[in-house]
Write a protein that binds this ligand. Structure first.
Ligand code: FMN
Length: 163
């Protein structure tokens, strides 16, 4: 799959097959996320890769809109040390992870981190220090669905020379 096709066809996947995802593949995803852009090249992130089935279930129970974590082979928590533009940096890393997953035939779906009410519980479960910002959780697995959410057409979003 070329890069443009990967960008155009990535979708949020909330249903996964039972096929496991091996550790090396998960490592490769995080390895790619390291290349996302960050303000002043701070790279303020850390990634918590969860594969323990019990912990996946606990996360699924803790979050409001992420019950699909319970079905996933793994879940990656994207965290950033606070600082100017840290949230943008975290979002960039999460997007890189989601696109890398797509390129490798995997599915993922952003599950809200802070400021969602469940994030304190998630941080406690994963032992993420309270001062560290939780960008999101990204469940990872082989897709068992192929959704096609509407996207705004090009002509409704593009503006030339003025808004
Ligand atoms: C900041 C952000 C928060 C999101 N939070 C959730 C969430 O908590 N649970 C969920 O199932 N999807 C969540 N999503 C995924 C969106 O619902 C999804 O990206 C959107 O519906 C568009 O679909 P697509 O990703 O397939 O293009 C979130 C996405 C973003 C960018």
């Amino acid at each position: 799959m070329d890069a443009l096709e990967c960008l155009r066809t990535r979708r949020s996947i909330r249903q996964f097959t039972q096929q496991p995802v091996d550790r090396q593949t998960l490592e490769q995803l995080v390895d790619v996320a390291r290349f996302a852009p960050t303000a002043n090249n701070r790279q303020p992130w850390d990634f918590v890769v969860v594969t323990d089935r019990n912990k996946l279930q606990q996360l699924a129970q803790a979050v409001e809109w992420g019950k699909h974590i319970g079905q996933a082979a793994a879940c990656i928590a994207v965290t950033v040390q606070p600082g100017t533009y840290a949230r943008e940096d975290g979002a960039n890393a999460a997007t890189y992870l989601a696109l890398a997953a797509r390129a490798m035939g995997l599915g993922s779906c952003w599950v809200a981190g802070e400021p969602s009410p469940s994030s304190a519980k998630v941080k406690e479960l994963l032992e993420i220090p309270m001062g560290v910002h939780l960008t999101c959780l990204l469940p990872i697995g082989y897709p068992a669905e192929d959704p096609t959410p509407d996207k705004r057409p090009l002509e409704s979003v593009i503006h030339w020379d003025k808004y």
